[in-house]
Design a protein around this ligand. Structure first.
Ligand code: MLC
Ligand code: AMP
Length: 517
């Protein structure tokens, strides 16, 4: 095969060589039906790569993808890698206004969108990019103009080295707009190979896949594990706890965010009980992307007899730490740095923190991204001179190396495993008529972990309603970023330095979504 000739750090070459060995075994299974075998990966990615090339793609060109989860969407990702292109997946919840920014910034050669979004995407794409990208569609049912005019001949694998970009994933920031994290083939492959060993992926594993495929967790951590092991994936469109519990009878691995686990625990007994017997076939439950409460960890163990393995990562770095497979999976901690990944904790003084002292976690390793797309200033800001990336997460490291996350130096809300940056919402609200200023905070929420609350100060003498605030941001911001509560006030609390006291607001409104005992 062509891929034998390419760099050993080429991700897709690795994936295709595993697939070759796995033969006719099912890779993706949906609703009990085998939808894609490992043997089909080579010919189907070859044809789809040829289709992308015919659309004007060249190695290094970006393909922006905002489509529903489907077998064809997975093939599109692999085909983009095969064509040497840079895959740019977007949350399907993003509005046309948000998409406009991403298209303008990524300057893709091709945009793949849902059929229903085509007109809006064409309008956005034509307007913003220096050169108009080709716009094609892909529906959840696997139809769409992307798959029309498929060439008969497949394209050979375009050789890309380890340092070449495989993907750009957008991640928001505490200031300004989203930034594209540039991930290379070597970043993705090194992290995937490390996790394959650490979590003991085997060919006979069966992954229950419930995550979206536009983020690191569902696209890379989950899919790469199965692909590199030659393991089968039970592919779920959304998250239906009863369907997931039913799959425990045949599955071996589940990956989810804490909300998935709390929803499984809250599942009524009648629709599939979470018992040790129901989970007997499962060997590994992994949680990440947001803090798993100790209480949920313990309830899960009581219900199933199994301990969730919590790990920690970021878009920019892939996975950084993991609780051990064999050793103690300690609730409330995120375990040890992955092999080959260096971490250190820097205290407020700027010196490295002593064991047990809190500070900002920094990370260096082959998993750490190549910088922010077309943003050298931000890249320079977030890296130390010796190559460590500053995560913005506040952690302690015990003498034995175990990491506990204790806070965030960045103003960030994580709801249901999705990152939400208050700044972006505040900017949208502040621009509305009748608003003096706003403070967006995260407060505890039983289902989502944290929920967004906007505290809005009305302009002096002005009239402002909660509905007007909500209406003003609808259409601008994705639904998951919308505040679950808007509180109108005369003014925001400030400290002596004039800084808005978000901690005081969090304390004041912290019980909004906590069920009363
Ligand atoms: C959905 N909604 C959310 C939300 N998800 N609101 C806030 N936060 C979220 N995460 C909104 C919907 O728009 C809807 O709005 C309402 O909530 C009810 O939706 P639902 O049907 O209950 O949501 P559901 O589809 O079940 O989704 C919940 C979820 C999903 C938890 C399954 O959010 C999810 O898949 N989260 C995982 C995200 C993820 O992959 N994170 C990894 C990032 S990678 P309404 O009012 O219009 O009905 C990363 C690095 C790492 O962080 O370490 O992994
Ligand atoms: P993202 O930018 O979407 O990739 O999200 C990365 C952020 O999610 C990290 O910087 C952490 O703040 C958070 N995160 C990821 N995993 C965990 C975890 N296990 N516990 C707590 N926070 C986590």
């Amino acid at each position: 095969m062509t891929q034998n000739a390419v760099s050993p750090t080429n991700l897709i070459a690795h994936i295709l060589s595993v697939a070759e060995g796995a033969g006719n075994k099912p890779f993706l299974v949906e609703g009990g039906r085998a939808r894609l075998s490992f043997a089909q990966l080579e010919p189907r990615t070859a044809r789809l790569a040829a289709r992308l090339a015919a659309l004007g793609e060249k190695p290094g060109a970006r393909v922006v993808v905002q489509v529903d989860k489907s077998v064809e969407a997975v093939l599109l990702y692999l085909a983009a890698l095969r064509a040497g292109m840079v895959f740019v997946p977007l949350n399907t919840a993003y509005t046309a206004a948000e998409l406009e920014y991403f298209v303008g910034d990524a300057e893709p050669a091709v945009v793949v969108c849902r059929p229903a979004d085509e007109a809006a995407v064409r309008a956005v794409a034509g307007q913003n990019a220096a050169r108009s990208p080709a716009v094609v569609t892909l529906g959840a049912d696997g139809t769409g103009s992307l798959l029309d005019d498929m060439p008969d001949e497949g394209a050979p694998l375009v050789p890309r080295g380890g340092d070449d970009l495989a993907a750009i994933l957008y991640t928001s920031g505490t200031t300004g707009r989203s930034k594209g994290a540039m991930l290379t083939h070597a970043n993705l492959l090194s992290n995937a190979l490390t996790l394959k060993d650490l979590w003991r992926w085997q060919a006979n594993d069966v992954l229950i896949h419930i995550l979206p495929i536009y983020h690191v967790h569902g696209l890379f951590v989950a899919l790469h594990g199965a692909l590199l092991a030659g393991a089968t994936v039970l592919f779920h469109q959304g998250f239906d706890p009863a369907a997931v519990i039913a799959d425990f009878a045949v599955g071996t691995v589940l990956m989810g965010v804490p909300t998935h686990y709390t929803r499984l625990l809250d599942q009524p007994k009648a629709s599939g009980a979470l018992t040790p017997e129901a989970c007997a076939h499962m060997r590994l439950f992994i949680s990440g992307s947001a803090p798993l409460l100790t209480e949920a960890h313990q309830r899960f163990e009581q219900a199933t007899g199994q301990r969730i393995l919590e790990r920690y990562g970021m878009t920019e770095t892939g996975m950084i730490t993991s609780n051990p497979y064999d050793g103690e999976r300690l609730a409330g901690t995120v375990g040890y740095p992955l092999p080959g990944v260096a971490v250190r904790v820097r205290g407020e003084s700027g010196d490295l923190a002593a064991a047990g002292e809190p500070g900002v976690l920094e990370v260096r390793g082959p998993n750490v991204f190549a910088g922010y797309w077309r943003n050298p200033e931000k890249t320079a800001q977030d890296f130390r001179a010796d190559g460590f990336f500053i995560t913005g997460d506040v952690a302690t490291q015990a003498a034995d190396g175990r990491i506990t996350l204790v806070g965030r130096a960045k103003d960030l809300i994580i709801a249901g495993g999705l990152n939400i940056y208050p700044k972006e919402i505040e900017e949208a609200i502040d621009a509305l008529p009748g608003v003096a200023e706003s403070a967006v905070i995260g407060v505890p929420h039983a289902d989502l972990g944290e929920a967004v609350v906007a505290v809005v100060a009305r302009a002096r003498g002005g009239v402002l309603g909660e509905d007007a605030v909500m209406a003003g941001i609808t259409g601008q911001l994705a639904r998951f970023k919308h505040p679950r509560a808007v509180i109108i006030v005369d003014e925001l609390p400030r400290n002596a330095m004039g800084k808005v006291q978000k901690a005081a607001l969090r304390a004041q409104h912290g019980a909004l979504f906590v069920p009363k005992a």
